[in-house]
Each structure stands twice: as C-alpha cells, then as structure tokens.
Design a protein around this ligand. Sequence first.
Ligand SMILES: [Fe+2]
Length: 261
Amino acid sequence: MTLTLAQITDTHLLSDPDARLRGCPTWQTLQTVLRQVAPYQPDGLLLTGDLAERGDAIAYERLREAIAPFNRPAYWLPGNHDNVATAAQVFQADWLQGPAAHGLQSIDLGAWRLVLLNSVKSPARYGEGELSPTLLTALADTLASHPAQPTAIALHHHPVPTGIDWLDQIQVQNANDLWAILDPHPQVQLVVCGHIHLDLHHRHQRPAAAPIAVYGTPSTGLQLKHPHPTPDHHQPGFRLLSLNDDGSHHTRMVRVGEREE
Ligand SMILES: [Fe+2]
C-alpha cells in the first residue's frame, strides 16, 4: 500500500482575501493550487509553515475552511511568520494535528511515522530557525521508541544549505544537532521542509545507514528568484509525497499549470 501526502507550504495568507503580498494574491494562488491538488486525491495534507503572513486568526480560519473539503487529515507546523498559539487555537479539530507544547508531534500513519517539528526560533532576528534542546530530546525519544517504522520528518526551516547565501543564513541554526540525532536511526528516510520557496532535492549522507532524502518545496504563492531557472519556476507549486509500506518513497513537485503525466 502507498499513502500519499500533498505538501502545501508558505501560503503566507493575509486577513483580507483580496489583498496582495508583494504583488501576489496569495489567497487566489492557494485556491488555484488546491484545485490542482484535488484530482490526485491525497490521503492527507502536510502544511509546512508560514501559513499566515502576520499570524492573524482569520487567515487560519479561512485556511481551515479552504482545506476542509478534502475530507482528509491535515498535519501542520509553524513557520517564522506564524503565530503558533493562534494557529494551534484555530486548528483544534480532530482532523488537524500539529506540534504539541514541547514542539513535536509524532504521528502514526500505519506503516510510516510522521514527525512534525516546530523549528521557529523565538525571538528570531531574521526569521532564522532553531530546534530547542527539549524538542531534540523528544525527537531522540520518539525515534528510539519506533525503530522499525520508516519515518518522515517535517519542519519549516531547511536543515541543509541551498547555496543561496542570504537564505542559508536563516536555515536551522543548529542543524548539526538535528543530524546528530537522525543519523544513527536507519528508519529515518526523509526530511521535508518549507521556508525556501524553492524546489530542493538533496541526499544527506551518513556513516552507517542509507542517505536521508531532503526535500524543499515551492510556495503556493510567492516564488524566489530561482538559482537554476526553469520555464515555470515562477509558478506556485506543491509536492506529492508517496510513502510505500516497504519503507521506500517517491515524490514529485508539481507546478500550477503543469499537465498531468
Ligand atoms: Fe515563507
């Protein structure tokens, strides 16, 4: 069996659904992305932070309404633009799961385990990320408790450099601490993040186990100037992440307007 998640990230929603963020109508582009996601009939949605540009409750409420018609579980975690307490308050529903108070949520998806991390540093100077000592301890405990379950880790900030200087200054500041915990656990298959507004595929090599795949995903709205431009790099996108029962996975980034293969 395969379980497919659709990753939706960096929606940067404003309280006014008609407002634009640096020229981008983020509500409209989100709706366009959600329409493109729907035919894939994902088993769940994975929302990887920067969901509301200014952390307004109304933006989270409208986001909840926008994804409710999927009638599937949604997993969320905060980004540097979010108000974590407000988001947690609005997302109190059986079908919505996010990080607990200590910043981690470990979710049993059947064959797989999904671990959501809150990588928001508070206070942060420029929106950089950090994983707290409490969270790292909880992560180590979770991985030690479920050694046989293939595991996907999700967080907002990127734990590997993109090669873009200013962006890498606001990555997870203590990424080495994260890798030190993940590396000894062969069940950890992949890490998926938001924050970079770019498509990223990376293989994190480790000494005693297979590499960990690292994926970054374009925003549903604003795109960054791509270091390796493609004809559609300015288009919003999302990621399909298919988790197979045997522990393998495959993934595909889809841009708006892309035709079904
Ligand atoms: Fe963002």
